[in-house]
Design a protein around this ligand. Structure first.
Ligand code: HEM
Length: 251
């Protein structure tokens, strides 16, 4: 809530709108169920604040937002597109990473032997975060619509159908991963689909990985043990999976 919005160049006042906005955006995928309706209760106020913050004059001069507008000045995107691009970064870059960081702490608390391995080999920080994204997958699912008939392993999906892609399940597919249900900080989890795949693959994944690695390195330097200190509570969302509350005891 501080580092990422600062990097984009968002004003400090009103940042509390970012969390309900993310919740709304990720509930909007899939059916219009109770979760969808509930998170859209205050949609107008929240969406209006976000749209305003994505305007050129409301962003800092040296953030990622300003560099998107610089692309508009070079004629690479229109002014309107620049605003929408900044908005898409704010939509996709917060809850996902927050849940990824929460999942990292949870995995380390649940697997002290993996935490010990990481402490002994800090260079594993990057691969450990990748493994968290495979093992816990903050983005559980995404939808696609077929634009032509498709043959998927012998099953024909007609044109114009909604297809639910279960990214988190693919990340635990035993045909792809050895000991798929084990969390291993030194696993080469290359090829997981926790950041998506293909043309819409996560555009912010390098930033997310950097955040994950930075947090892990700070923990490795300053923390000796991470333990659960109560029952975690999940945040239920139509797309994402993560914690609403994660009580930890950190020494
Ligand atoms: C651990 C953190 C993150 C996870 C797990 C994650 C996951 C994903 C996934 C699964 C997709 C593919 C969506 C699809 O197939 O339709 C995606 C796309 C996207 N992500 Fe991330 N993401 C993370 C962090 C970020 C960050 C930090 C940013 C912004 C800086 C970001 C911006 C985006 C954008 C704009 C897209 C849409 C790309 C497109 O449709 O072409 N993400 N992300």
């Amino acid at each position: 809530m501080s580092v990422f919005p600062d990097a984009i160049g968002v004003v400090k006042e009103g940042r509390e709108n970012l969390l309900p906005y993310g919740d709304m955006a990720f509930n909007a995928f899939g059916p219009r169920n109770e979760l969808f309706e509930k998170s859209f209760a205050n949609a107008q106020t929240v969406a209006a604040w976000i749209a305003e913050q994505c305007e050129r004059e409301n962003l800092s001069e040296d953030g990622i937002g300003a560099s998107v507008y610089a692309a508009a000045d070079r004629g690479e995107v229109s002014e309107e597109e620049a605003g929408l691009l900044v908005r898409s970064l704010l939509t996709a870059g917060l809850d996902t990473t927050i849940f990824g960081i929460g999942a990292t702490l949870y995995c380390l608390a649940q697997h002290p032997e993996q935490w010990a391995k990481l402490k002994a080999e800090p260079r594993l920080a990057r691969s450990a975060f990748t493994e968290v994204i495979r093992y816990m997958s903050p983005a559980q699912t995404f939808y696609r619509t077929t634009n032509a008939e498709a043959d998927v392993a012998g099953t024909i999906i007609p044109e114009g159908q909604k297809v639910l892609l279960c990214l988190a399940a693919a990340n635990r597919d035993p045909r792809q991963w050895q000991d798929a249900d084990e969390f291993q900080v030194d696993r080469r989890a290359v090829g997981h689909v926790g950041f998506g795949h293909g043309i819409h693959v996560c555009v912010g994944q390098q930033l997310a990985r950097l955040e994950g690695e930075a947090i892990l390195k700070a923990l490795i330097d300053q923390v000796s043990s991470i333990e659960l200190d109560g029952e975690p509570e999940y945040r239920v969302n139509n797309t994402l999976r993560g914690f609403d509350r994660l009580p930890l005891h950190i020494t």
